[in-house]
Design a protein around this ligand. Structure first.
Ligand SMILES: [Zn+2]
Length: 308
């Protein structure tokens, strides 16, 4: 993936975000991508990675399929020579022998959440069930360029079903107070978290300025924000990008709220805006087929000429 270099130069690791189901292994980096086990092989077998000759080798470079059996040839600059190296070597072989390389194409997707329930299929399935019982039909803001867990969060936020203090109290949890952890002034409801808190207002103002769109600032709730993005003038592709950014902002507002509540760390709006820019860039870069979006122009949201 050519976006890789660019992202690495930003200090962002794509392998943290993406997972792949191995097919022929032609698009998968043997050491760097997360294709066998929960982590990349570089992380699991660091000693062997160190002596591997080509750190960027593809899975397909190392495997020959012989009558439905995989034969692995991993080239190293020298043979393993310590107990630790030999031990990692044999575990590595054991692990990859369990992987099935086939004639099919590799299939890339988003990493499921830790507990595995946020796979695309699982969330989609869940949403379909809920939608079937909902009057206003399908969740129209589902965006394929956004990780499933974030789509899921936006949807929950629009239904006001996220664990802010007001909601926790309603479900019987006893709390010291119901105050917003960020401003400490108002009660923490979903609308306060997303829109009303001074900190959120500043974030939406910054995001609006960055996107150069009529104000996203001043919206009352999550659904209104998403609707507003949808009603802006522009092509479908451009609006889809605006939606990516709005969802990245929702997600980062929630993350910054949790940082404050659980870690006592208050991030300033500038920091949060930077993360929103980075997340949305990575998502669009990895999941859309739009060519020519580069980080230097993304930070100014200078994309009108490359977006249909
Ligand atoms: Zn607040």
């Amino acid at each position: 993936m050519k976006a890789g270099k660019e992202l690495e130069s930003m200090g962002v690791s794509i392998t943290d975000e993406l997972t792949v189901e191995v097919g022929n292994g032609k698009t998968i980096k043997f050491w760097l991508d997360r294709w066998s086990g929960d982590r990349s092989l570089r992380v699991t077998y660091p000693k062997i990675f160190k002596i591997a000759e080509n750190k960027h080798a593809r899975v397909a470079d190392y495997v020959t399929v012989l009558q439905n059996e995989n034969q692995w040839f991993i080239t190293c600059s020298r043979p393993p020579n310590t107990d630790e190296e030999w031990s990692q070597w044999s575990k590595l072989l054991q692990q990859i022998n369990g992987s099935r390389v086939s004639g099919k194409e590799d299939r890339w997707g988003w990493k499921p959440d830790r507990n595995g329930i946020f796979s695309v299929a699982a969330v989609r399935n869940h949403l379909n069930k809920v939608e079937a019982n909902q009057e206003d039909g399908e969740w129209k803001f589902w965006n394929k360029w956004v990780p499933p867990k974030v789509n899921y969060f936006s949807w929950r936020a629009a239904l006001e079903k996220i664990s802010v203090k007001r909601e926790l109290a309603r479900r019987g949890m006893s709390l010291n107070n119901l105050l917003c952890p960020r401003c400490g002034v108002n009660e923490e409801t979903v609308d306060h978290l997303i829109c009303e808190c001074m900190s959120s207002q500043r974030i939406w103002k910054e995001v609006s300025n960055w996107l150069k769109v009529p104000s996203l600032y001043g919206r009352r709730n999550c659904k209104e924000l998403l609707e507003h993005g949808n009603m802006l003038k522009g092509s479908g592709e451009w609006k889809k990008i605006i939606n990516v950014v709005i969802q990245a902002a929702l997600w980062n507002i929630w993350k910054s709220r949790n940082d404050k509540e659980f870690e006592g760390h208050l991030r300033n709006e500038k920091e949060i805006l930077d993360t929103i820019k980075e997340d949305s860039f990575i998502w669009v870069k990895m999941m859309s087929k739009i060519q020519g979006i580069v980080w230097e122009r993304w930070v100014d949201f200078n994309i009108r000429d490359v977006v249909r």
